[in-house]
Each structure stands twice: as structure tokens, then as C-alpha cells.
Design a protein around this ligand. Structure first.
Ligand SMILES: [Zn+2]
Ligand SMILES: [Zn+2]
Length: 134
């Protein structure tokens, strides 16, 4: 058994997994999370700073929830960016393009440099066609 100091209240507790927090502080944090979530729903124009102030919670904690994809602000207000390309994102760790690129590179693991195939048109602009009347 692992004994740690709680990150929230400093009390020693038996650490099992997850954040270094005693069960009481985890419960408090979960209540805070619900409060923050509600605040964001009721204030669509909010951002990390205004939410932190309104709910009396640490901005870094809010960003962590965003990274965990538990919270989402309107794009741009979350103040977090894609860990790959740096583009502002609403939640999680990567933007949609980078996520898609990663999925593709997993699918194309045997031909990573294959160029994208140009889409073929379906012949509607093909060569001259004979028209038979009658
Ligand atoms: Zn605690
Ligand atoms: Zn990206």
C-alpha cells in the first residue's frame, strides 16, 4: 500500500490510483467539476479565466478537465492547443486534422509516404461520345 499526501488538503491517505488526492478531496473536486460544467452550459461565452473566477477554481484544473475531454468551451476560448501543431482546440489533446492524420498513419503503417490519390471523375467529361439518333 502506498501512502501519500493529499494534493488538496495535505492529509496522508492510502493512494491507489489517479490523482494524488484523498477520497474527500476527490469528492469535493467532483462537485466543483459539476459546478464548472453547469456554469459553462449556462454561460456559453465563458472562457477559462472567467470560469475560474466565477467558480473559484484553479484555471489549471479547468485546463486539465479540458484535456481529459470532460469539459468543452467554444473553440478558441479553451486556451488549449493541439499538442502536435499548436492550433487552438476546444478539448482533448489534438486537433481534428492531427487526430485524422494519426489514424491515417496507423492505417497506412506499411506505406507511410503514399501520396493521396487524386479523385477520378466518373467520365462525365470524358472523350467525345457518339450519339445515335433513331
Ligand atoms: Zn484531501
Ligand atoms: Zn493539430
Amino acid at each position: 500500500m502506498d501512502v501519500r499526501n493529499c494534493r488538496g488538503c495535505g492529509k496522508l491517505f492510502n493512494y491507489v490510483s489517479g490523482p494524488f488526492m484523498c477520497p474527500a478531496c476527490r469528492e469535493k473536486l467532483e462537485e466543483k467539476f459539476q459546478e464548472v460544467k453547469k456554469y459553462i452550459q449556462e454561460n456559453p461565452g465563458s472562457n477559462v479565466a472567467s470560469t475560474a473566477e466565477a467558480c473559484d477554481v484553479d484555471a489549471n484544473q479547468i485546463r486539465q478537465w479540458i484535456r481529459e475531454e470532460r469539459l468543452e468551451f467554444a473553440s478558441g476560448a479553451s486556451e488549449i492547443s493541439c499538442e502536435k501543431c499548436g492550433k487552438p482546440i476546444a478539448s482533448g489533446r489534438f486537433c481534428d486534422q492531427c487526430k485524422a492524420a494519426m489514424v491515417n498513419s496507423l492505417n497506412n503503417v506499411y506505406k507511410p509516404d503514399a501520396p493521396a490519390q487524386p479523385k477520378r471523375r466518373d467520365g462525365s467529361d470524358g472523350g467525345p461520345k457518339m450519339r445515335f439518333l433513331n
